[in-house]
Design a protein around this ligand. Structure first.
Ligand SMILES: [Fe+2]
Ligand SMILES: [Fe+2]
Length: 179
């Protein structure tokens, strides 16, 4: 029976495993960002709260992108267990530091999946992962730029900083269409 199931799917077991792990990681990211949004909201940083609510939604979309891909390919995607995440932060800066840390670990994870795809000659999944590789370049840029702004704004302008943080965009993304 298991062999028959395998014939219905072109996804190798090793790839199925790492994609499920990535689904979990994206859902953990979503949960972490929701906690960050809540903390910002409670502490009067409305713009950052909005930014992190959006991020939380986006991470869930990333998880769903992988979930649908895996099931469409005949593989088994699992609704992941999401462990408790921290709800309290020392400062607005530490929230953004946490965001950068999370994005760096996601990038590492995505890169490992690409390596598994190559080892398994799974070109379809590698193609899908290309989207995630590009997405991570943007995510890391925004998180790094946020930390730069903390150094550029005087300490007594934290609410101006809050607004500026929510307006960061990556205009120079080399992967985007155009010149
Ligand atoms: Fe993500
Ligand atoms: Fe992300």
């Amino acid at each position: 029976m298991k062999d028959l199931m395998r014939m219905r799917s072109s996804v190798k077991e090793a790839v199925e495993l790492v994609l499920n792990q990535q689904i979990q990681m994206e859902m953990v990211s979503s949960s972490k960002y929701l906690a960050m949004a809540g903390w910002c909201d409670r502490n009067g940083f409305d713009y950052s709260a909005g930014f992190f609510y959006n991020q939380s939604e986006e991470e869930r979309k990333h998880a769903m992108k992988l979930f649908h891909y895996l099931t469409d390919q005949g593989g088994t995607a699992f609704s992941p267990e999401v462990p408790a995440v921290g709800q309290e932060f020392d400062s607005l800066r530490s929230v953004y530091e946490g965001a950068l840390e999370q994005e760096i670990s996601v990038t590492d994870s995505i890169n490992r999946i690409v390596a598994v795809c190559r080892r398994e000659s799974d070109f379809a999944t590698e193609e899908l992962m290309r989207w995630f590789v590009k997405e991570q370049v943007e995510e890391e840029y925004i998180a790094r730029r946020a930390l730069e702004l903390f150094d550029q704004f005087p300490a007594d302008q934290i609410y101006k900083l809050d607004k500026a943080l929510s307006q960061i965009t990556y205009d120079g993304n080399p992967f985007e269409d155009g010149e």
